[in-house]
Design a binder for this molecule. Structure first.
Ligand SMILES: [Zn+2]
Length: 56
């Protein structure tokens, strides 16, 4: 999987549950790729920030 595909799956995963195969491929890529781990972390922080803002 390329970083482009991985980041696509990361943002998809924020909106819908990923399939089993997608999850496996993505987590394998994340093991190897620091950039995408960082990207996912940022996405998660962004999401929780948005949720917080809505609840307040
Ligand atoms: Zn990557």
């Amino acid at each position: 999987m390329s970083c482009k595909q991985a980041s696509r799956l990361i943002s998809d995963g924020m909106d819908r549950p990923l399939g089993r195969g997608e999850q496996v491929r993505l987590s394998f890529h994340l093991l190897l790729c620091r950039n995408c781990r960082h990207f996912r972390q940022q996405m998660q922080q962004l999401r929780s920030g948005i949720r917080r803002a809505r609840n307040e």
